[in-house]
Write a protein that binds this ligand. Sequence first.
Ligand code: MG
Length: 389
Amino acid sequence: MSGMASFGSHPGASRGRRFPEPDAPTRSAFQRDRDRIIHSTAFRRLVYKTQVFLNHEGDLFRTRLTHSLEVAQLGRSIARTLGLNEDLVEAIALSHDLGHTPFGHAGQDALNASMRAARPAGAGDEDDWGFEHNLQSLRVVDELEERYPAFDGLNLTFETREGILKHCSRANAERLMKSDPSGVARRFVDGGSPSLEAQLCNLADEIAYNAHDIDDGVRSGLLTLDQMTDVPLFDQYRRQALAAHPTLGGRRLLFESIRLMLSEQVYDVIDTTRQRIQSAGVDSVDAVRSLRVPLVAFSPDMAGQSQQLKRFLFRNLYRHPQVMETTDRAARVVEQLFALYLARPEECPGIAEGRTVSAARAVADYIAGMTDRFAIREHQRLSGTTLFP
Ligand code: MG
């Protein structure tokens, strides 16, 4: 890729795949990763997985798929300006949420609680892991996709996998290091940072959901434009939009304010990151990895304002009684499904096919892969009751 900086991730210098494969004749290693992700089953499921609002609550709300596309768009646009590898950014952005359960965070928390409660005395190490969605995203691309004759998973490059494993508890990182010699979890034990492309996806994720959750929140009627004036980050762009277009109101005012906010955040990340790269003096991805702090960042002022917006969304949207009511039901669907499959293992394909993992892990993998609507249907079928009439 032309115009790439020395501190970017060059596909020719990739640390490689878990199972060696010859290079593709026309695509770089990271382009090939992206293509494998797009053709995966887990990627297609993202369209029916909840971001905040359940998939069946409305056709225009973000799903995990449209969220991932927005993260890829923001990430690529920043990557190009900074001289980073756009293809790697795209591959990480499109796969970063593959391990999410149905029903968003409520589903993940319920699955984690079920896994911990199900751990039998003297269980193997894998049962200690609980459920973490970042770890599950890695599991999807390393183990669970079944597309190739010679290996499980998609056999992605180290760099894409490094970006997918955004967070990981230290205990799980230590377990992963035992079973995976690639070193993808090492930084959670030894300290250090991932590539700039991975750092960028992390921040692009935050920029994307802050903006689209305002949009979806107002669309749902759970947030009002008026209420948003309490958030300084949003309100300054609302005023700016009104100053330029005094008669603007309603939906167009909302969109224009969000558009200005997104642009400013993107410019802020670009400026701040350029300065940080320069003062750190990094000239290679390994130099980036050896640092304890990320270089891709907001300015302190923008970081503070973004935190403020997050807190606002947490209090007023994610903890809105109407959202909570749905997420409580969703958590019960996941909890009950988990118990139902353990009681009737013949209903869980992973167990029925005799996969070499514990029954609890096979059930967790199966449930994590479900779309919202499939989970609801399975719950109805197996329990004879319905939590989503
Ligand atoms: Mg995300």
